[in-house]
Write a protein that binds this ligand. Structure first.
Ligand code: ADP
Ligand code: MG
Length: 226
């Protein structure tokens, strides 16, 4: 395995619950995410996308199999900093304005307030939502909130950005534009990404597509099949 690999997993299985209530969400997943990868993880609702992203982020642990972050270090080294996550649901902190939310990773990393706020505003502009920087999360739309979540995931210049259905509240056209903006920003930051989506027009923006179906991951898919 290359020491450059950001994530390397072998035979991952994830089972939620136990006994009669057990749900197998992921079966025998083996994969590597390398520097510079831009991967769309495509599958219908309930196929295991969030489960897989949570494991890649070290937010959950597998029931079986191994997962490592060779280029980063042990699971405790993933945050804050190298691995960031844009969650599927609302995740902005309600008492903070949008720009304060986006500045948080920089403040946690020890940056001064003025520099953090200015970098956060710039990142919001990249996602075309500079105009809502001073609003509270309750004063913006679901789509704007998702874009702010992406801005917050990238502002700290992580090495791997994991985004869980980041365009679920956007129309297809805006979704594809936001994803193109995401990829351009990732190029500038030098980060790899895995983006879970069930939207094929979003997946089409990515050079690599992995598919997942009832917990089974396929990492080699002919472009014509998706
Ligand atoms: P996706 O993100 O593709 O919609 P998920 O990873 O959320 O899929 O879910 C995969 C499967 O695992 C589904 O059958 C789902 O109901 C189940 N699941 C997810 N989280 C839990 C949990 N905390 N407890 C029990 N079952 C879960
Ligand atoms: Mg999900």
């Amino acid at each position: 395995m290359s020491p450059e690999a950001l994530v390397h997993a072998a035979s991952l299985r994830k089972v939620y619950g136990a006994g009669d209530a057990a749900v197998t969400a992921l079966v025998d997943a083996t994969f590597t995410v390398s520097r510079g990868d831009r991967i769309a993880l495509v599958g219908p609702s309930g196929s295991g996308k969030s489960t897989l992203l949570h494991l890649m982020a070290g937010l959950d642990i597998p029931s079986e199999g191994t997962i490592e972050w060779p280029a980063i270090g042990p699971i405790t080294a993933l945050r804050p900093g190298p691995v960031s996550f844009a969650f599927q649901g609302p995740s902005l902190l309600p008492p903070l304005t949008v720009v304060e939310n986006v500045a948080l990773p920089l403040l946690l990393a020890g940056e001064g307030e003025a520099a953090a706020a200015s970098a956060a505003r710039e990142m919001l502009m990249r996602f075309d939502i500079g105009n809502i920087a001073d609003r509270l999360p309750e004063e913006i739309s679901g789509g704007q909130s998702q874009r702010a979540g992406l801005a917050r995931a990238i502002v700290g210049r992580p090495r791997l950005v994991l985004a869980d259905e980041p365009t679920g509240q956007l129309d297809h056209e805006t979704a594809a534009l936001v994803m193109a903006g995401l990829l351009a920003t990732l190029d500038d930051v030098g980060a790899a990404t895995v983006v879970a989506t069930h939207d094929l027009s979003v997946a089409a923006v990515f050079p690599v597509r992995w598919t997942i179906s009832v917990g089974t991951l396929t990492t080699e898919v002919a472009p014509s099949l998706v």
